[in-house]
Design a protein around this ligand. Sequence first.
Ligand SMILES: Nc1nc2c(ncn2[C@@H]2O[C@H](COP(=O)(O)OP(=O)(O)OP(=O)(O)O)[C@@H](O)[C@H]2O)c(=O)[nH]1
Ligand SMILES: [Mg+2]
Length: 223
Amino acid sequence: MSPEEQKAQEYRERAASKLFSGRVDFLLSAPQLKFLPEPTVPEIAFCGRSNVGKSSLLNALTGRKAIARASVTPGRTQELNFFEVGEPTLFRLVDMPGYGFAKAPPKVVEKWKRLVRDYLRGRQVLQRNLVLVDSRHGLKDVDREMIKMLDESAVGYRIVLTKADKIKKSELDKTVAAVSAEAKKHIAAFPRVHVTSSEKGMGIAELRAAVIEDALGADWADS
Ligand SMILES: Nc1nc2c(ncn2[C@@H]2O[C@H](COP(=O)(O)OP(=O)(O)OP(=O)(O)O)[C@@H](O)[C@H]2O)c(=O)[nH]1
Ligand SMILES: [Mg+2]
């Protein structure tokens, strides 16, 4: 990055932090498609395996301790949870139920899967998906299944590694390389893999700016 680009990035990150430190409100929980809010503003969705850290990342991005419930029990988030950012509302963040949760009854898993799939396929205002992947585990088959679904749905996505504080730098580098190599086969436009820790704040400022850019467009910070 050139010094000018570095400066522009710092400016975007500061603006993003300011936006997220303003209004962020929980809007509603949708257990079924018919309960979705009116598609009036852009949406960014957080998906990934159960327990990967979706709710925690949402808390970290918004600088709130527990706006999205985070839990030690996998499968805690069971509905699509909508959060509104900005006053008036500029965009929404959507905390999704985790996929690949083996301990839930198959019927329940099937219900979540259908809800997520229908949302991803049919939501006109959905601008980007964040696909969260545990830094320690890398891509698993359930993630690949999800990515395939996203490839079919034509909604772009970013891959976000979570819990980066839990492993050594050398291990982290290996996961980043492996996930990047695989992601490049799918996402021509977004070959970068974000590395984050909601616990330590790593990568959060940068992801904030990226999320707002996805929602509002590249020149959002200039207006
Ligand atoms: N060390 C560390 N722990 C984390 C991090 N992010 C999340 N966790 C922990 O991982 C567990 C699961 O986090 P959640 O945010 O509830 O995960 P989720 O993806 O929303 O889970 P479901 O809603 O069940 O799908 C919690 O115990 C969090 O405290 C992180 O960056 N670092
Ligand atoms: Mg959750």
